[in-house]
Design a binder for this molecule. Sequence first.
Ligand SMILES: C[S+](C)CC[C@H](N)C(=O)O
Ligand SMILES: N[C@@H](CCS)C(=O)O
Ligand SMILES: [Zn+2]
Length: 346
Amino acid sequence: MVLESAYTSCFLLDFIQKCGGYALVDGGFATELERHGADLNDPLWSAKCLISSPHLVRRVHLDYLDAGANIILTASYQATIQGFEAKGLSTEEAESLLRRSVEIACEAREIYYDNCTKASWDFVERGNIARRPVLVAASIGSYGAYLADGSEYSGNYGDAVSLQTLKDFHRRRLQILAKAGADLIAFETIPNKLEAKAYAELLEEEGVNIPAWFSFTSKDGINVVSGDSILECASIADTCRQVAAVGINCTPPRFIHGLILSICKVTSKPVVIYPNSGETYNAERKEWVKSSGVSDEDFVSYVGKWREAGASLFGGCCRTTPNTIRAISGVLSNKSSPSLSDKMEM
Ligand SMILES: C[S+](C)CC[C@H](N)C(=O)O
Ligand SMILES: N[C@@H](CCS)C(=O)O
Ligand SMILES: [Zn+2]
């Protein structure tokens, strides 16, 4: 048990070190499926593609690996047993689709490595090909994501939803994804304190033995979207032994800097950030609309400041693309010495 706990706490730190001091997460997954032509106007959102177009899911993973990602997130964000059952699938079929989401990401990693070996894309070190380290993170979206009405951007589930409701809702999916062969669990777009508490208790009760990250979402740079304090939310993550990183995703870039500073006040665990494009989601139409006010088009220009503030895992969320990841990579790797992959693109 002690060994396991030490493993979890060092896991991402070791990985980040192996990657060179920071690691790249992938970018928007669902919105990238859409750019490839998928119609996600469905209660399952991106998880619909696990049924209708698994090849596209693999394609998008590969595009992010080609762009330089060290961590790819599975298509399971809005894949829930309850959601699949509502579509008429059996429990067994639903569980198998969850496992499939991890398998597809692992297949993409294998294909990527094979391609690298064949083309000798990765740099050669003392005659050996050094493979870029890549992890597969099993995504778990919130209860609000399952509701498919944009509730993960409000975090208001009403009084009828208790800690126990959330634990009951998430337990089986977590059990399955934790044993599906992923390297870690990414709890994403967490909108409130109650859900963070539910995840922390489930990780403990289920004895999950792969690490996890908790990533919250905010719309003001001070609190998470429900209005709960980011300090309290990040503290829950800090005290959970299986949590290996804490951070923010699907939040406009302009809010990220302050949130990193807040998170660093309550935890010394690695900080992960993967903001969205700064656009606003219309949940009814499942469409993105340009936001008025401060422009977030210069997303990438903030990245250096985020690193200085203490973040070490960087990527993008909704409406960011493989090019966003390439640009982040370009900013973080010293511009004066472009990496081989940068050179390949010239
Ligand atoms: C992070 S939001 C864009 C995810 C999609 C939402 N749960 C929906 O189904 O509309
Ligand atoms: N990993 C998910 C998060 C949605 S907020 C995606 O990129 O689709
Ligand atoms: Zn997002």
